[in-house]
Structure formats: structure tokens, C-alpha cells
Write a protein that binds this ligand. Structure first.
Ligand code: PAF
Length: 280
């Protein structure tokens, strides 16, 4: 079947009036890569052959704290369409910012606990922007379920919290982090790395995995920091060992934890994490 593209909310509603259920949404900001392809495949798996897989492509201005990041965000519309088509998406929702936001909009969705930690600590308003657009997309697409990558585990946790707290009738389907053959987590940002930075970047995962073998939080953090900082190309934004559920910094390993890092290569900020099982 030919994939449809809706650029306005009205076009989307017309398409959805005849769409078969379940509708599974894959929210993206475009610049699609094989990580997104895996999300679309998982959406198809959950939709079944007759359900509807809908990909939204919207570079959401209100989740960027720096206008340069918004301006530099890659836009690859034609390649994105091909990826969606070749992975059997039924439709794409591709609105302009003016279609999504009124100039005088004054309503924002805020999650006020998990959003303040990790990536949220230095990026004021980022997760408010994410929650606001995701809630709008859930309403507009009337989706039954939505697929999110685990690479952005904090985003995933915040969206799950929003769904729980606001009783949203949307099932959240996580997809494990998709990696390049050398272990680097796939991200639209990877294409902005120089060849030297790209060659070095797998050290982030290597450092996290090696550190996860240690048995005390201080050793875990020291080990990961030393290995990441052994490269002159890196600058650590944060390196944290947190409780896997609350995302609060943890000093012991009696519960499942996450070792998470955000690392700058020049002005490209990469994130990754590994899970650490509770010590018995
Ligand atoms: O993860 C992303 O690409 C974005 O944060 C999302 C969920 C599409 C909201 O803009």
C-alpha cells in the first residue's frame, strides 16, 4: 500500500478516520537511521499486518535549550520518507512548528521529579518540551501504543511516568538501544562527529561496561571516568550511577542501577548507559 503523508492536523484526522487499529506511533525528530528502522519494525510487529504504523517527524523547537542546536539539527526529509516506506510504515505525520504550536501557547506539561536529574539538570525545560509534544502527538494520532528507544532511558522513564500520572490510554513499548557494530549507540548526532571523534566514541560504551564489572559505586565511577577521560577528545558532561527506577543517585548496589554518561566530543553531546544488576 502507498504510504501517506499528512502535513496538517486536519489531513491527519482524515487519514485516521479510516485507519485500522491498533495505531502504533513511532515519534521521531527525523534524520532517521537504522535505530529508527528498528523502532518502526517493532511497531509493525505490534500493529500486525492490518494495523496502522504511523511515524511522526517533527523537530520540536520547544525541547531545544540552545537555538544553535535547533538550527543544526539535521533535516533529511526525502531519505526519511524512503526509510519509512521501506520499513512498511502506513503513514507519516510531518507538521510545521506553526501547525503544532500557537504563537501565544501558554500550556506546558511538566514532570517535576525525574526531569530535574541527569540530562535535565543542565537542560532547563528540555523534558517539559518533550512531554508537551509527546502528549500532543498521543492526542492527535489517537494511538493505542507508542515505541520509544531505551537509549534515551530518562526520556522513556519520564514518558512512562506521564502516562501513569495522567492515565493516558497509550501503551509504551520500549526498544533496546541499537548499536553500530563497534558498540556506539546509534544517534542522529553521530553524523556530526569528525572521523577522529567517531573512531574514538565507542570508548563510552567500553568504559561503562568495564566499570560495571566493579563492585563498589566509587570504583565504578572512577573506572568509567578514567577510561573516558583517557581520550583528549572527550569532555564528560555527567557520569552518574543511579537507581534504575527512581533515577536518583545511588551509593549502593542493592537495587538494579544504571550507569549513565553524557560526553561531549567538541560540541556533539553523546549519551549512553548500561544496566547493573543488584548485588545479592
Ligand atoms: O526522542 C526523540 O526523538 C524526541 O525527543 C521525541 C520523543 C520525538 C519528542 O520530540
Amino acid at each position: 500500500m502507498t504510504m501517506w503523508i499528512a502535513r496538517t492536523k486536519a489531513e491527519l484526522q482524515t487519514r485516521l478516520d479510516t485507519a485500522s487499529r491498533p495505531v502504533i506511533l513511532v515519534p521521531t525528530m527525523g534524520a532517521l537511521h537504522p535505530g529508527h528502522s528498528a523502532l518502526i519494525n517493532l511497531a509493525r510487529h505490534h500493529a500486525g499486518p492490518d494495523g496502522t504504523v504511523l511515524v511522526s517527524i517533527f523537530v520540536n523547537p520547544i525541547q531545544f535549550d540552545k537555538s544553535a542546536d535547533l538550527d543544526n539539527y539535521p533535516r533529511t526529509e526525502d531519505a526519511d520518507f524512503e526509510i519509512c516506506q521501506s520499513h512498511d510504515a502506513d503513514g507519516i505525520f510531518l507538521p510545521e512548528p506553526s501547525e503544532m504550536y500557537f504563537n501565544d501557547r501558554s500550556t506546558t506539561v511538566s514532570e517535576n521529579l525525574l526531569s530535574r536529574l541527569l540530562c535535565g539538570a543542565a537542560r532547563t525545560g528540555h523534558f517539559d518540551g518533550v512531554c508537551t509534544v509527546v502528549l500532543k502527538l498521543f492526542h492527535l494520532t489517537r494511538c493505542d501504543a507508542a515505541v520509544f528507544g531505551e537509549k534515551d532511558f530518562q526520556q522513556l522513564a519520564i514518558i512512562q511516568r506521564m502516562v501513569r500520572d495522567l492515565d493516558l490510554p497509550v501503551r509504551i513499548i520500549p526498544h533496546p538501544t541499537v548499536r553500530e557494530p563497534d558498540g556506539l549507540a546509534m544517534s542522529s548526532r553521530n553524523r556530526r562527529l569528525s572521523s577522529e571523534q567517531r573512531a574514538d566514541a565507542p570508548r563510552i560504551l567500553q568504559a561503562l561496561l568495564a566499570a560495571a564489572e566493579k563492585t563498589s559505586p566509587p570504583d565504578i565511577l572512577t573506572s568509567a571516568r578514567e577510561m573516558i577521560e583517557a581520550s583528549p577528545l572527550t569532555k564528560i558532561d555527567y557520569l552518574s550511577l543511579v537507581d534504575a527506577e527512581t533515577l536518583q543517585t545511588t551509593q549502593h548496589l542493592s537495587r538494579p542501577s544504571i550507569l549513565a554518561a553524557a560526553v561531549f566530543y567538541g560540541d556533539v553531546r553523546l549519551i549512553d548507559h548500561v544496566r547493573i544488576a543488584a548485588l545479592s
